[in-house]
Design a protein around this ligand. Structure first.
Ligand SMILES: N[C@@H](CCC(=O)N[C@@H](CS)C(=O)NCC(=O)O)C(=O)O
Length: 309
């Protein structure tokens, strides 16, 4: 099987979620580091312009969004599983809480206090992306105590899940829930100056976070973006054209579509023709001189697929 190629940058919290997932599965992977601002021509060639980080590439298959990436990791590398207690549905539902409600709070808490120390281009870009066109980080700064009060409640729920002495949120082994909570603790402890004081009332959560950090990231070795393009060029997708007669939108292989986040974030839509349709993913065909033919995978939940024309 081709290697796992992970496109990311070090300070990306969502990339940290996947790095922790690679650690739980003890995987070897190739690490391609990109810019923090969206100046990533090699990656955009492969993703048809999908602007977010992280992206996973295996051969000519390109997986956009951490949801899609973690699902594919579980499919290809089921042992050790992300679902040590079975029941592989609820953790995905939990991701809608962690990735939306808590992540949005975290963004405010991480960015508002330091906005004057960061490049204006970065602050404006991210504020538009996460808080919409009317974003005002000065107002967010005034509301910081409110955001912290919210976060305290959410962290309290995570902490409460550990009160029976279990090592991980899932039980004795780490699972998807742990990975989903880990990156938020990582974001918070890396970025919020008074994090230790805030977390002092959650000793179990702090100890759990120590165990998650000790798991590490698996075994990364660096790769250049040019090498990653060559891998795509010399590979073929593993996905056969697939229909889904139950698809509510009637998507079919060959249809031209545009894909973007469910809520308008100002991001460019990704265009391509459908290759495979399913309840959890949609795969589109894309071609670019730099990478040849690739198949780009998107989650269905959280994304809007619009039939072009
Ligand atoms: N739903 C996406 C969210 C990814 C996301 O927002 N990533 C951030 C970095 S942590 C990003 O791409 N920010 C804009 C950028 O880096 O250009 C996922 O789960 O992968």
């Amino acid at each position: 099987m081709s290697e796992i190629i992970f496109h990311h940058y070090a300070v990306s919290p969502v990339a940290e979620k996947v790095r922790a997932g690679l650690g739980v599965k003890r995987l070897a992977w190739r690490s391609v580091e990109h810019n923090r601002l969206p100046d990533r021509p090699e990656l955009f060639a492969m993703t048809a312009g999908y602007r977010r980080i992280p992206v996973m590439q295996i051969g000519a298959d390109i997986y956009c969004d951490s949801q899609c990436i973690l699902r594919e990791l579980e499919r290809r590398f089921p042992d050790p599983t992300f679902f040590p207690n079975g029941a592989p549905g609820l953790p995905w539902a939990i991701s809608r809480w962690t990735d939306r409600e808590i992540f949005e709070l975290m963004f405010r808490i991480a960015f508002a206090p330091v906005m004057d120390n960061l490049p204006a281009a970065l602050v404006n870009d991210r504020a538009r992306l996460y808080l919409g066109p009317d974003a005002d980080l000065r107002k967010e700064l005034e509301s910081l105590p409110h955001a912290l009060a919210q976060l305290r409640g959410h962290f309290g729920w995570l902490d409460a899940n550990l009160t029976d002495g279990r090592s991980y949120l899932t039980g004795s082994k780490p699972g998807l829930q742990d990975v989903l909570a880990h990156y938020l603790l990582w974001f918070f402890t890396e970025r919020y100056a008074r994090q230790a004081e805030f977390l002092a009332e959650f000793p179990k959560l702090v100890a759990w976070y120590g165990r998650m950090r000790a798991i590490g990231h698996g075994t990364p070795t660096p790769m250049t973006a040019a090498e990653a393009l060559d891998v795509a060029k010399s590979s073929t997708t593993i996905v056969a054209p697939t229909e889904d007669p139950r698809d509510p939108q009637g998507l079919k292989p060959g249809m031209k579509v545009a894909i973007g986040p469910l809520t308008d974030t100002g991001e460019k839509l990704v265009e391509g023709s459908v290759r495979a349709v399913g309840r959890e993913t949609v795969v589109i065909d894309h071609r670019h001189d730099l990478c040849g033919e690739v198949a780009i995978h998107f989650p269905r939940v959280g994304y809007k697929v619009t039939i072009a024309g």
